[in-house]
Design a protein around this ligand. Sequence first.
Ligand code: FE2
Length: 279
Amino acid sequence: MTIERQIMHRVKGMPTSDGAGVNLTRLIGTPYLDMVDPFLMLDFFSSDIPDQYIAGFPSHPHRGFQTVTYMLAGRIRHKDSMGNEGVIEQHGVQWMSAGRGVIHEEMPEQEEGLMQGFQLWVNLPAKDKMSAPNYQEFAAEELAEEQLDNGGLVRVVSGTTAAGTQGPVKQLDIEPIYMDISLPQAGQFTQPVNHTANAFVFIINGAISIGNKLLNQGELAILGAGDRVNLLASKPDTRVLLVAGNPIGEPVAKGGPFVMNTREEVHQAFADFQTGNFL
Ligand code: FE2
């Protein structure tokens, strides 16, 4: 017998600005929703006004966690101080583990048109916080895609669907699920989610019923206990981001671009960055 996960808590997110002035909606990592272990932050950016995204995210450091950038529309060029460089295009993903340190920039590779996507911050356990940086980067055609009988489409960045479609991003510890699910009106999709995992959904477009509750465009819902998620689209062209992962369960000390276990480790990260001993 399986237990369907229900909506436990919902948030709308907070309009904010980050980087050099990029307008975005922060959904996780706000006064309303601090974190969903192991997920520290979720930003959704969506604008076709260049002034709201063109300044991008110039050179900045990270330590102690992973950044996951997934593009729904538009192009972002990333470049780090070790010489790694590339462009994340529509339906492409970059899953970067900053480990002990990365200094990079993330800049729009376009001067007009829609720029839309997510950046998710995923924590690392203490044993991996000072590990070597690592990139997993996949273009749209490298993601796993599953066509549903109802006409829907699931793009799988990470995790495995009930039908066996497996995403390319590998992550042993937290066993993440990261899926972009498009459904026609009245289309259904059921995803097994390990009972140990924390899980949430965000409605990119349309509306979704989970159990007897309805979620509308722009809403994020934390899901309760269970071992599967059942989504039922109640509008045409519905699109949902589903994310899940096992909690790490360690103390979290956040300090801007550094996320460690203690305040001392965050101070050390700032000191290392300022003295050039960061990488
Ligand atoms: Fe960054």
